[in-house]
Structure formats: structure tokens, C-alpha cells
Design a protein around this ligand. Structure first.
Ligand code: NAD
Length: 483
């Protein structure tokens, strides 16, 4: 009798998950064939410097040592710009990679900053607010002493684990150390509106994600090329990560785009409801209970990895890096992966997805809404006036005259009071911010698609990176570094 054999379990594929190596691979693929000297390419690719430091903070009766980082990837434009991450896994390689992505992102969306990124290895979920405040203030102090922060030097912003609250602590600490500096507020962006922030910054990355997906699905050439169904309305999507970016992107995709949120992944599990989830109600539940699980009648799974199994049109990773890997790329059911997070797809997963005809909207394009509106906030801070202050009334008056002329020509009052109000109120600052963001996202997508259309780069990431590298190289050329 033949001996029974148990089938051997296939070993999980091994991948290099170092984000710095991954970004280098993406860069090298995009740089191939570009008309830029090798030395210039190398200097664009490398991270200029990373400051790693340790600092003591009192926690209860003890003194604890925390590890902080700030990487400066490129000084081809100043100041440098990039978020601050509070997470236990923060390390020097991670911030260097994220800083590089910032450089490429800023160049792609024509935001005149070099790329930077920073962080503290700390878990904000379990750290009391008073300790977080002392850590944030001390971190700012350490950056200041090494000239790693300042309105014209390096300007942080929120990232994973940080938000308006931390940004206002940073602004306050910097301001205390720079009395009389008129531009001190511009040392950081993502501040509360009452402290020099700008309306629309908190939702900006999520809103940019919405514009990016919507515009791709509205572009007839792209839709044909990637075999997608046109239009965002009615499209199902799954969001992994329901923090700042994931929540706002979900909310705007549902409320303004008419898309249907059928699944949400979080660190402790996954919610699934094919009938659609209400992002605001899930957020309220998450804030009340500390988890998305157990929401209404939706199916809850305690396996956080199962988000990839949910059938949908668009899968949106909005949590952290290395979420789509060789281990799970074959399970993705979507036609489009929209990278709201930085670095969520490994190169192996990317190859597997592209081979299956699944398009990937890359991070350096799709989550650039945050830095775009940060640029607006920084500009507002150094100009010391809110956008639209001088033009609002004038524009409202001009629009009123146009309506009066139409009414006079037609001989009747053709507009309701509400229509008249909406058409003549003049733009508020948030209207200008949204319109600036929408235009920026649309222009960048056109540049990426133009690059693809000219047969350069076979996928959206490579095309986006090529656009960025070429723009950065042009600044070297202007400096005479190019032969
Ligand atoms: P956040 O801290 O507000 O939210 C992250 C969410 O992901 C949290 O709800 C967290 O619980 C969840 N999460 C953490 N680990 C997870 C895991 N293993 N599986 C599933 N969910 C997990 O952070 P954010 O600001 O929304 O940033 C999310 C991503 O977007 C990051 O990659 C960040 O670099 C990128 N990003 C953020 C901004 C911004 O303006 N905040 C701008 C550009 C890019």
C-alpha cells in the first residue's frame, strides 16, 4: 500500500522589505534611459543626511530615553518638507526612504520643497497625552539645535500617529525659542486653524486621494489602457487604515463621489459589508470603542490581513508600508490599487499585480494632497494674510453684476435666493484651498499620463517617477552641474 504523504507547505516567498531599498529600486527602474548624467542621478537618489538622536523625557517618576530621527533627502529646493511619524517601528532607513518619496512627490506636483521626514519611536496609542507633549516639545528642541527645523530650513507636518495637536506643540516650542520671528508660525504645517493653520489641511491628503482616483476613472484614455470601468460613482472600494487619510478619503469618496465603502481594514481586524458602510458612523463607533470591530451588522474579522480578500473595484491601502507583498498580491480582487499610504506595495507585489492587469496609482502622486495644502499653509503663514481676504467681496460683487445682467436680459428673476447667494458669495479660503488642490492633482495626473502616452514607462509609478526625476535634474542643469 502506498504510504500517505502530507502535502508540503510552500514556504512563504522572501522579499526585501527595507523601504529605502524599495524606493531605490523604484528610482532605478524609472531612471533607466533618462537623458540625465549618472552622477546627477546618483546624487538625486541618495539621502543627503539623517540626524538620529536620543533624548530623555520624564515619565512619571522615571526618566525614559526616546529615539528621534529627521532625514533630509534633497536640498535642491528649500525649505525641506515632510511629516513626523510617531510609531514604534520608526527607524533611520524608514525616514530616509519616506524623505526620498517626499522629494519625488513635491517635484511631481510642483511644490517647491526638498524632501524630508522624521519621527519618534513611540506608540501614541498607549502613551498619555502629557508624555506625548513633553516628547514632542523635546524633539522640536533637539531639531532646532541642529538646524533641522525652521520656516526657511525644514518644515515638518503630520504623518502617522501625529496630527494638529502635535503640530501646535511644535509651533509653540519653536515660537518660544524664536521670540520676535515674524515667520515662526511657518516652521510647521498641519496646525489647527486657530493657530496659523489653513482650512482643509486635515482632510487634504484624503481629498487628494479622492480627486486622483476620480480623475483617473474619468480619463477615457487611462480607463481604456488599464481596462477599468469609467466613473467613480457606484464603484466599490476597500480602505485599509481608518486614520486621518483613510477616514477622510472614505468620507469624500462616498459623500462626493457616490462610491461604496464595502470594507475597512485596521490593525486589529477587518469590517466587511457588501451593502456599504457609512464612514462617519464607523468613525464615531471607532472613537467610542477604540476599534472599528463590532460595528452595526457588518461582518467583523479579527484577521487584519483579510482586507485583501474582499471583492471590490478599488483597493486603497492607507495605513503603512509593505501591506501588499508577494504573500498576498495574488489574493487582491480589485482592478485598481490606489496607494494612499506611502510604500504600501512591495516591488514583488507590484510585478504580480501588474502582470494580472491590476493598475496601481502610486503614492508619490496619490497622497500628495497633504504636502500641496501644507504648501498653501506655509505660503499663508509667510504672507501673513488669509487667502481670498482682499478678493472675496470684489468677486462676489462682480458675480452679482453678471446675474443682474442675465435677469435684465431675460426680463425675469431667474435665480432663487439660495442660488443667488451661492453664486455671489465669493470664495472662502477653504474653497480656494480645495480648488488649488483639485487643479494640482489634475495637472500632475495629466503629466503622468502624458509620459505614459509618449511610451515612456509602462506603469503609472515609473511614469510619475520619471516626471519627478526630470524636474529635479533640471534644477541641477540650471546650476550648471549638468555638462
Ligand atoms: P494615522 O495614524 O492617522 O492613521 C493610520 C491608521 O492605520 C490608524 O487608524 C492605524 O490604527 C491604522 N493601522 C496601523 N497599523 C495598521 C495595520 N498593520 N493594519 C491596518 N491598519 C493599521 O496616519 P495617516 O496620517 O492617516 O497616515 C497613513 C498613511 O498615509 C501613512 O503611510 C502616511 O505616511 C501616509 N500619508 C499621510 C499624510 C498625512 O497628511 N497625514 C500625507 C501623505 C501620506
Amino acid at each position: 500500500m502506498a504510504k500517505k504523504t502530507t502535502p508540503k507547505k510552500r514556504p512563504a516567498p522572501v522579499e526585501d522589505l527595507n523601504l529605502r531599498h524599495i524606493v531605490h529600486q523604484q528610482f532605478d527602474r524609472a531612471a533607466r534611459g533618462l537623458d540625465v548624467p549618472g552622477g546627477v542621478l546618483t546624487s538625486i537618489r541618495l539621502c543627503n543626511n539623517t540626524y538620529s538622536f536620543q533624548f530623555p523625557v520624564r515619565v512619571g517618576d522615571e526618566v525614559q530615553i526616546f529615539k528621534g530621527y529627521r532625514a533630509e533627502h534633497s536640498h535642491h529646493r528649500r525649505p525641506l518638507k515632510g511629516g513626523i511619524r510617531f510609531a514604534t517601528h520608526v527607524n533611520a532607513d524608514e525616514v530616509a526612504a519616506l524623505a526620498a518619496l517626499m522629494t519625488y512627490k513635491c517635484a511631481l506636483v510642483n511644490v517647491p520643497f526638498g524632501g524630508s521626514k522624521g519621527g519618534v519611536a513611540i506608540d501614541p496609542r498607549v502613551t498619555p497625552a502629557d508624555v506625548l507633549e513633553r516628547v514632542t516639545r523635546r524633539y522640536t528642541f533637539e531639531l532646532y539645535h541642529k538646524n533641522f527645523i525652521g520656516p526657511g530650513v525644514n518644515v515638518p507636518a503630520p504623518d502617522m500617529g501625529t496630527g494638529e495637536r502635535e503640530m501646535s506643540w511644535i509651533a509653540d516650542t519653536y515660537g518660544v525659542m524664536n521670540p520676535g520671528d515674524l515667520n515662526a508660525m511657518a516652521c510647521v504645517t498641519g496646525k489647527p486653524v486657530t493657530q496659523g493653520g489653513i482650512p482643509g489641511r486635515t482632510e487634504a491628503t484624503g481629498r487628494g486621494v479622492f480627486y486622483g482616483i476620480r480623475d483617473l476613472l474619468d480619463n477615457a484614455v487611462a480607463v481604456k489602457r488599464f481596462g477599468l470601468d469609467a466613473g467613480i460613482e457606484g464603484k466599490t472600494f476597500v480602505m485599509q487604515g481608518f486614520g486621518n487619510v483613510g477616514y477622510h478619503a472614505s468620507r469624500i469618496m462616498v459623500q462626493e463621489g457616490g462610491a461604496k465603502l464595502v470594507g475597512i481594514g485596521e490593525w486589529d481586524g477587518v469590517l466587511h459589508d457588501p451593502k456599504g458602510l457609512d464612514p462617519d458612523k464607523v468613525k464615531a463607533h471607532q472613537q467610542r470603542r477604540g476599534t472599528i470591530l463590532g460595528f452595526g451588522r457588518a461582518r467583523s474579522s479579527k484577521n487584519p490581513r483579510s482586507f485583501v480578500d474582499i471583492p471590490c473595484d478599488v483597493l486603497v491601502p492607507a495605513a503603512l508600508e509593505n501591506q501588499l507583498t508577494l504573500n498576498n498580491a495574488h489574493r487582491v480582487k480589485a482592478r485598481l490599487v490606489a496607494e494612499a499610504a506611502n510604500g504600501p506595495t512591495t516591488p514583488g507585489a507590484e510585478r504580480a499585480l501588474l502582470k494580472r492587469g491590476i493598475a496601481i496609482l502610486p503614492d508619490i502622486y496619490l497622497n500628495s494632497g497633504g504636502v500641496t495644502v501644507s504648501y498653501f499653509e506655509w505660503t499663508k503663514n509667510i504672507s501673513h494674510m488669509r487667502f481670498g481676504r482682499m478678493a472675496k467681496r470684489f468677486e462676489g460683487m462682480r458675480e452679482r453684476r453678471v446675474l443682474d445682467v442675465i435677469d435684465a436680459a431675460t426680463g425675469k428673476t431667474g435665480f432663487s435666493d439660495d442660488e443667488r447667494y451661492q453664486l455671489t458669495k465669493g470664495p472662502d479660503e477653504v474653497d480656494l484651498v480645495r480648488s488649488g488642490l483639485e487643479g494640482t492633482m489634475s495637472d500632475a495626473l495629466n503629466e503622468i499620463l502624458g509620459e505614459l502616452g509618449r511610451g515612456r514607462g509602462k506603469d503609472l509609478r515609473t511614469a510619475a517617477m520619471r516626471v519627478s526625476i526630470r524636474k529635479i535634474a533640471a534644477t541641477y542643469e540650471a546650476l550648471g552641474i549638468f555638462p
